[in-house]
Write a protein that binds this ligand. Structure first.
Ligand code: ZN
Length: 273
């Protein structure tokens, strides 16, 4: 008798199991956290041979993005060299996340160029865009917007930043102005904003000036996040030290950046079901 009652309860529960969630009168698909669909593939490119603060950031970047793969939403690999990849292999990644690392050898540089020219995606942090007059990579200079390293603030410190437009998918849910965690920022010459292909998304507020205690910067246009419209790329100036992931707003910015790059995949937006 007891068993029969339990069976009736189970059957009734199954009958009333909601098949769809309703949110605001709109039919939503049920959440499927344990679904096995891999939406995209990402590769973190980093180096162990850099200044300590840059390596610290790289390790934390691996941890941060690894945590975002919970539920197998995307596949994340990591490498300290692009040398071993063929173009076909590297194009399987929807995005390369460069954590303070840039291709050095001629082979790596050629592979990266071919990857980007064939629809590859790039999220580059801090020293990933560092270049000066000795770099000798004209393609990369054009890719990054034409600016070479001009100066930096020192020591690393928090700064007030300004979003350029909240119509862009990367900045749409960010405050107009907010303070980001301590970092070293590079200023560039010529300023990337002067390039018609560059869209600046986040700028260091000029209310920070003068900025620095040792190396002091007194002014200038100082874009922090931008994209080159000719590529599926975004550059973020932050990436120095172990405080970059302590702030929710900055974390949101980084997730937005990743999502935007991946959503423009040549294979189609993997977030659209
Ligand atoms: Zn740095």
């Amino acid at each position: 008798m007891k068993r029969a009652i339990i069976l009736i309860i189970i059957a009734a529960a199954a009958l009333f199991q909601p098949q769809e969630c309703l949110a605001g009168g709109r039919k939503e698909k049920p959440a499927d956290y344990a679904g096995s669909r891999i939406r995209f593939k990402a590769l973190i490119h980093y180096t162990e041979y850099a200044e300590e603060a840059h390596v610290q950031f790289a390790h934390q970047t691996i941890g941060f993005f690894r945590k975002l793969t919970v539920g197998n939403g995307f596949e994340l690999d990591q490498t300290t060299s692009l040398e071993g990849y063929t173009l076909e292999e590297i194009l399987k990644y929807d995005v390369i996340i460069s954590a303070n690392c840039t291709p050095h050898s001629a082979k790596e540089r050629k592979l990266f160029e071919d990857y980007m020219e064939n629809g590859g995606g790039w999220v580059g942090f801090h020293a990933a865009a560092y270049n000066d007059r000795t770099t000798g990579w004209p393609w990369f200079l054009e890719f990054i917007g034409g600016g070479v390293f001009k100066c930096n603030n020192w020591p690393p410190q928090p700064v007030l930043v300004r979003t350029e437009s909240r119509r862009h998918p990367v900045t749409k849910n960010l405050p107009r102005e907010f303070v980001i965690p301590a970092s070293e920022y590079y200023q560039w010459s010529p300023e990337p904003r002067q390039n018609k292909d560059i869209e600046v998304l986040l700028t260091l507020s000029d209310r920070n000036y003068p900025i620095g205690l040792k190396d002091i910067v007194y002014g200038g246009d100082w874009p922090l996040v931008w994209t080159n419209r000719n590529y599926r790329m975004i550059y973020l100036n932050m990436g120095h030290g172990d405080e970059e992931y302590i702030d929710a707003t900055q974390q949101l910015l980084l997730i937005n950046a990743l999502r935007w790059i991946v959503s423009r995949s040549p294979e189609g937006n993997p977030f659209n079901d």
